[in-house]
Structures are given as C-alpha cells and as structure tokens.
Design a protein around this ligand. Structure first.
Ligand code: NAD
Length: 359
C-alpha cells in the first residue's frame, strides 16, 4: 500500500461542489489500487479571506509545502471584487503558484468524440486531437527586467523585456522531452527565432537537449505559424513546448479547440509540490445550484495522479472512467446535446466514481 498526503483547496463559487466530486473519484481509486490518500483541507483565495482575513495565510502555505500534491478548486467571485489588490482572492492564487516554484504549466486539449459538436471547428478537423501544451511559467517577458513605464525626453515609454537564461530553457525542454517520451514521442517547440535573439537561444538549447532523446521526433515552429496550424490542422501536434507568453496564448487557443471549458484540467509542476486545477474559474453565476460540470476537476485529479504522484495506471483509469460515462450518454447541462441524458454535479461524480470500478 502507498500512502500520500494531499492538500485540498476547495475554493470559492462552484469550487467546493466540484472538488467534492473529485475526492469521491479519488476515494474509488484508493480502494481499487489499495492506496491511502490523506487529505488535509487548506484555504486560499476568497475562502481564506473569510476565515483568516488574508488570501494566502502562511499557515496554509506551510501545509501545502508539506504535502505530496495540491488539489485545487477555483478562487474568486463578486463578493471580494472590491477589495484592494493585495487582499483579492487572485493575489492568493498567484502567491501560491509562486511559493510552489512550479516552472511548467501543462494544459491538455483533448477532444472527446462524444462532444465533438461543442467545438466551433469542423468535426473532421478536430476528431481525435490529443495535445499537451507545456508552457514555461516563471521566466520570459512577464518577469524580465527592465520593466515599467518610464519617461524619456518627456515622452512616456512602456517597457517589458524577454529574458531567458540557458538553465531555464534547459529544464523546460528536458521536461517536455520526458513527457513526449510517455506519449507519442513527438514534440514541437515554438519560438520566434526569425526575429528574437532570445528565441534563437531557446532553439539552440532545445536542439542540444534533443540529443538525449533520439527517439523523440521534434521540430521547431514560429509562433505565428503555430497559431495558424492549431486551427488549420491541430492533429499534427502531440506535445508543444513554448516560453511563457507564447505558451499562454497557444494553450488558451488549443483548449478552446475542444469547446468545453468545464472539461479541461491543468497542472503546474517542476517545483517542490505540484498543483492541479481546472482551467476554468469559480463560475459564480452557477454556484450552489448543482449544475456545474465536475469533469475538469476530476481530470485534474487524474493529472495529479500522473504528474504529481507518479501513478500512471490510476490516472488512466480516471480518464477511461470519464470516457465511459460520456459514452453512456450522461451530460451536465453545459455539454448537453440532443439524445443525451441530463445529470447534475453530484450524479456526474457518482457515475465517474462507479465507472472507476468498471473500467
Ligand atoms: P469562469 O471560468 O468562472 O466562468 C466562465 C463561464 O463558464 C461561466 O458562464 C461559467 O458558468 C462557465 N463555467 C465555468 N466552469 C464551469 C463548469 N465547471 N461547469 C459549467 N460551466 C462552467 O470565468 P469568469 O466568470 O470570468 O470568472 C469567475 C471568477 O473566477 C472570477 O472571480 C475570476 O477571477 C475567477 N477565476 C479563477 C481562476 C482560478 O482560480 N484559476 C481562473 C479563472 C477565473
């Protein structure tokens, strides 16, 4: 039996409703594979403001850093919108990401056959896509110095600087190749090497890293072309690795190929503890009415098992369970179509948990 300590942050809005469904599914996994998951509840964001008067209490950071993984609901909502910036829920979210030191953000974009009509693209273009965007998270233009708004000869000038150090590129490239090895052994690196020196360095280091992974078929693509190819022929991609700003934009584009925000998970890894959360927010407009789709949170649990706890088979079991429930025709309202059966949040969680035993 393996034992793991998981920090659970239920969050705001629909967070608690869907995190509970994720835990239900994890409990089934523990039962099936004879693991013990010890959950410790932590508070970040709006719920932490209500309880501790601050969005990221030290005590919670300590608990998280002493866990094997952080299972995270979404934060935020109108209740806290008028607080000063340092007190807002989102400040807690950015703070915990920073405290974890996670340098890689993983965003899968997978199209479920059953939901193919939810995409704005033609079914033949998106059928079967299964892309993973690996975005560098702690460097690049969002952090480079100098940055700011300065006055030069009485004219205002806005400045941001794209900086990457060799070691920052090396570690994200290595991680992307490692992940490619666990999938179809295909990697695309995105840059703008035709005009940016920092991209030329990025390209050189990716080439150098590739020597350690001869089995991985890899290529380089310019970011503008990548944006086009993602909608023209997304099936050509398996793993995509990109710097912070390019990855930010492309991961949103890739995830929207699937057309269903309630289905998509993410992982932030590479630091002391990995963080696993849906890509959507706290959806205050539907909180408390039991109609939120818990699948993104459940898929986040699968990512936690795979990338946070090294439990690949268990992760696959969750993914297969979700596939099975969708094949059986069950849908929460956000993904309903003709001829399918409507279920609420808890029912969807129950169905996936049961399917874990059946797949
Ligand atoms: P949102 O993602 O919460 O909601 C956008 C739309 O998608 C809404 O119509 C919502 O009902 C729907 N939706 C989202 N998740 C769903 C689900 N699981 N099932 C069914 N429908 C779902 O984005 P928003 O409305 O712009 O933001 C709401 C709050 O969430 C804000 O306070 C924002 O700051 C916060 N937020 C938090 C995170 C995070 O915690 N990582 C991310 C984005 C936004």
């Amino acid at each position: 039996m393996s034992e793991f300590k998981i920090a659970v942050m239920k969050g705001d809005g629909i967070g608690p409703e869907i995190v509970n469904e994720g835990l239900k599914v994890l409990d089934e996994i523990a039962l099936k594979f004879n693991h013990k998951f010890n959950y410790e509840e932590v508070f970040v964001g709006g719920c932490a403001i209500d309880k501790f008067d601050t969005p990221l209490p030290e005590s919670e950071v300590d608990k998280i850093l002493n866990s094997d993984a952080l299972f995270f609901g979404s934060v935020g909502g109108p209740k806290w919108d008028n607080l000063p910036q340092e007190k807002k829920p989102e400040t807690g979210l950015l703070g915990i990401r920073k405290a974890l030191g996670a340098f890689a953000n993983l965003r899968p974009a997978k199209v479920f056959d059953e939901l193919i009509d939810a995409s704005s693209l033609k079914p033949e273009v998106i059928r079967g896509i299964d892309i993973l965007v690996v975005r560098e998270l702690t460097g690049g233009i969002y952090f480079g110095q100098p940055k700011g708004i300065f006055k030069e000869n009485d004219i205002l000038k806005g400045v941001n600087t794209m900086v990457y150090y060799e070691n920052e590129i090396k570690r994200i490239a290595k991680l992307a190749f490692e992940i490619a090895m666990t999938r179809d052994k295909k990697l695309t690196s995105v840059d703008k090497a035709n005009v940016l020196d920092v991209s030329q360095l990025w390209r050189d280091i990716v080439n150098d890293t590739a020597k350690d992974y001869p089995e991985v078929e890899y290529n380089h693509i310019l970011v503008d072309n990548a944006a086009m190819q993602l909608v023209r022929n997304p099936k050509q991609f398996d793993v995509i690795v990109a710097g912070n700003i390019f990855g930010d934009i492309l991961s949103d584009e890739a995830s929207m190929l699937t057309g269903s925000i309630g289905m998509l998970a993410s992982a932030s890894i590479g630091g002391k503890v990995g963080m696993f959360e849906p890509i959507h927010g706290s959806a205050p407009d539907i909180a408390g009415v039991g109609i939120a789709n818990p699948i993104a949170q459940i898929e986040s649990a699968a990512m936690m098992l795979k990338y946070g706890l090294n439990l690949e088979e268990e992760a696959r079991t969750i993914e297969n369970a979700v596939d099975l429930v969708l094949k059986m025709g069950y849908r929460t309202p956000d993904i309903m179509s003709e001829g399918t059966r409507r279920v609420n949040t808890t029912q969807m969680g129950d169905l996936v948990a049961k399917a874990v035993g059946d797949v």
